[in-house]
Design a protein around this ligand. Sequence first.
Ligand code: GLN
Ligand code: ZN
Length: 759
Amino acid sequence: MTTVCNLGFPRIGLRRELKKAVEAYWRGDSTAGQLHDQARALRLRHWQLQHAAGADVVPCNDFSLYDHVLDTAVLFDAIPARYRPLFDADPLRGYFSMARGWQDDGLDLPALEMTKWFDTNYHYLVPELERGQSFRLRGDKPLAEFIEARDAGARARPVLLGPVSFLLLSKCVDGSQALDLLPALLTAYAQLLAQLRDAGAQWVQLDEPCLVLDLGDAERRAYEEAYHTLADAAGPKLLLATYFGTLEHNLPWAASLPAQGLHVDLVRAPGQLDAVLGALREDCVLSLGLVDGRNIWRADLDRAVLLARSAADRLGKERLQVAPSCSMLHVPIDASLETGLATELRGWLAFAKEKLSELRVVADALNGLASANATLELARERLQQRRRSRRVHRAEVAARVEALTPDDARRKSPYAQRSALQQRRYGLPAFPTTTIGSFPQTPEVRKARAAFRAGRLDESQYVQFLEQQTAHCVQVQEQIGIDVLVHGEFERNDMVEYFGEQLEGFAFTRNGWVQSYGSRCVKPPIIYGDVSRPAPMTVRWSTYAQSLTQRPMKGMLTGPVTLLQWSFVRDDQPRADTCRQIAIALRDEVADLEAAGIGIIQVDEPALREGLPLLRKDWDAYLEWAVECFRITTSPVDDETQIHTHMCYSEFNDIIEAVAAMDADVISIETSRSRMELLDAFAQFRYPNAIGPGIYDIHSPRIPDRDEMGDLLRKATSVLAVDQIWVNPDCGLKTRGWAETTAALEAMVAAAKELRLDQ
Ligand code: GLN
Ligand code: ZN
């Protein structure tokens, strides 16, 4: 019999129970004991739910109070010295201080660095290792959670981050090689495996997503060493789990690693199945990742059954498991509760619970259960409906995409000509000053928005409130003496949601939360259909703000790639096609802003870099359409209209060519924390257009003074031409308070003025 085995379940809870429990503990409103109780209750509920939805085997130790990579570091005692005193006093405090930093009792510890988990929007904490590091088992989290599941009657398979991926995802603070630490680490893994087997675990799932990356000889040798050692460890059977891509280029050696099971992602890489079947070791169990652990659509079950049958024909049903493509950490829990969505649309969705039911049907069909047929038929109907729906496919949108010409993605003249015309129009001083868009979203602003949404404030009252906020913001900027103003974005809750709500083809869930990092969750919009813009989205606020001042007012949009990247996207057409539709909708907005007299327009693309594929060989194709979409959005304007873009959390070295190809007249970037080092990429490339290196780190309440910012600007002048440089903060100011914002911007303007004197 083929079984349904899950690889990982969302831990945050249907109503974000974990977030609330953890934050209550941080605030001191609950005790460690209460937090552990709440966490246990969630785990039990999730095991029950998964079995009820159709899973034969459920994961355990996929749960985490903050992050599973951090858990792994702590489990093997990879704790940097600075946190040790906190751990010794209180392990839970030590754990959270690694995640969030610690400031108290005369200590000021920064948190571990955080970075994106492969190409997802989940962020993990990067373990810090050093030469000669030792490892030992610390605590018993995987064992305790296995016993907890076992005693609750769940059929659980412990999940561990595999040793090689763990090392490859860590960083060595002293420049040594993480893989050199492998032998020491394996001893601790082997000990843990033996404990799990003694407790009755028959299988353990070792997640090795790094197996889908470009790997060299050193990594390959590490994998061989690791799995030969662990195979001898007298532990449970090993399921080697790969996901997020194809194993194919590493397949010849990866498939011969001595594990008793292999999981492959057949959603991202269905084409690898044949090769995997050919390479699989005798008796090795194959886990087929058949439904998408990264997206919210119902699967094509006929196709899944077909794939599973072709595997069963070669291996027999006994050697097969069916599973999601990867852990379902990346999807919400229950689509059936989304009653706010159109019924038809809701019927196309599958969150974690529904995905397990889908896998149940696939396994049942494979096992010859006639009861599967009715469900398969229903799934077929839904899919047909979605394929034909007028909600999804709209001829007028297709026609717009069809009509695009190369000229639509090109400004009228080259940058040099444009910048001369723009300079004549605006006559800005050297080192022109501006900000990134948002101003403080005070509790007052959030309260008013909530009241409006709840119907306690009517539209005219709300608009009046927003006008007051905007007018105040304009006035403050004028007083400070900023050259290019912004309206402050008080009307926006979120830079994606605000646009998604005004575009056709986007839908919003009530409870579709997914974990971004720690207790932070996001509710990504769902792009379900062809995207279009029924009416202008920002013109009203930009023109209102412009009417209050003689200075130029910058229009403010979120770019097409970022809207795409931070949403659940369609799986029935390439991402590039969806992005082009969004680009056209935004292009119309840009044209309308220009027609309404807004002569400077910023299109933010903070997520452009995040969209890079995992394999280098795929980068160019992505960057080509991503840049094209930005250019479609920004190219309808005349030469004297100035296009800005803003990109934060980016490194630029390896994508500088693409950034230059975006051809924004001005780009603002985050640089203050890296002391302008990011500028080197621009300087080496001889990047021709204007750049605003952020000189005020808005991520901290600290107020930098004039001299500090002046120094950063002088640093910038040593690598860039003076007439290239703009002066601005790192990012939007929405998380800051007014007092610090005003003080910092005053100092920023003073720094710019001082540098002008040297010209
Ligand atoms: N314009 C947005 C803001 O100022 C940009 C946010 C971002 O870069 N993440 O908030
Ligand atoms: Zn930013």
